[in-house]
Design a protein around this ligand. Sequence first.
Ligand code: UN1
Length: 487
Amino acid sequence: MKLETRMHIGGAWRDGAAGADALADENPSDTRDILARFSQADAAQVEEAIDAAARAQAQWAHSGPETRYNLLMRIGAELDARASELGELLAREEGKTAAEGIGETKRAGQFFTYFAAEALRQMGDICDSVRAGVEVQVTREPVGVVGAVTPWNFPMALPAWKIAPALAYGNAVVWKPANLTPACATALMQIIADAAGEQGAPPGLVNLILGSGAQAGEALVGSPRVDAVTFTGSLATGRRIAELAAKNLTKLQMEMGSKNPLVILDDADINTAVACAVNGAFFGTGQKCTASSRLVVTRGIHDRFIEAMQNAMAKLVVGHALEEGTQIGPAVDANQLKRNRDYLEIAKKDGAELVCGGELLELATPGHYMRPALFAGGDNAMRVNREEVFGPLTCVIAAGDYDHALALANETEFGLTASIITQSLSRAAHFRRHAQTGCVMVNLPTSGTDYHVPFGGRKNSSFGSREQGRYAAEFYTQVKTAYINAC
Ligand code: UN1
């Protein structure tokens, strides 16, 4: 079945002006299955989208909380009602399992319903001025036109967690998704556009442009008429975006890479440790910025843990994303698979020992399949433990004791999530305070975060204020302080 992948600019569906049918949208579980061919926006279309967003935003800024609530609830309800169909589309296009795709689509809906309620909950502060008779009101106003640049690994949830708060707080959006997932983008855009049309929202409130980072992305981020840019993706792209944004002093929020440590102490429940490691390192094919890409394990449990991991990994079912029973889908494309394979070699060359996995698999359908890989004997100097791989491979780093494990966990340029597996309340409490990350987990995987609380990291993992929950208001609004002389 061929799918529509089109852009949406100023309330109308459009083809890209650059390269009609230039790119193929390929199913990573079966590369013979081309979902669609799609075109790319040129710089003029990006400009058009920004114009449309600016016009829509002038109206939407004064739409009132109930109008925003109604629109966001409608989108959230539709995503939830169609989660099976859209989740399967996601699995077909991105390669995560159908169960993961359906879960992600429901979560995308929850971002919209959560921020629907936030639209109604807007509050400000009122206080007396230091000057007698003068009152001060502190209120939040929309930031304006938001440029959202989203990755392929959560093609429903990540756009939702940027678009929903943007709309809730009165902004308009120009959205550029990754080129690997245009069908998910089109499907989500269709839902937003239908709901917007039905509710009488201004055309151009959300605009979808498809295109490469080098063309469409740079045109969007580099425009002085974009008031704020929110980005999730790699550190290298983040640095380039920061450069472009700095030229115009554009407000910026970014979530980038990480090397999230899962710390396993001697007193850990071994089943919890293995379940968290397998989930955090390999589910979603390891293609998460929250993946457990370093396993820091203390000596007393080290050998037992590796043996238990080997047993658990031998049972993992790698396969077609839409096949019943598949636990680990393929890599998203040939480039990512090559990257994963390259890191297997880099790790071996740096002296890590491959415990198991890493084999390419030839299954009934031609896809980018690799068995998840576990390394041991690692240290933080190895590239595999320093650089984000974004694939199903992880490395055990042995630690002498808890203090050593904590130091190893923190020895990285990144700081998104960190988890500890222990039965000791005091160790867990100490780790919570001393882990240099934006999110800390105890007896849980490093990945898997909620939609109603802040998400973000430290060091080179993040830039700007937090996403999600009510903390999102910091980015999507600007504060106004009004002085009123009532006499
Ligand atoms: C999660 O682990 O729940 O791109 C979310 C990413 C993150 C999302 C992870 N921004 O992988």
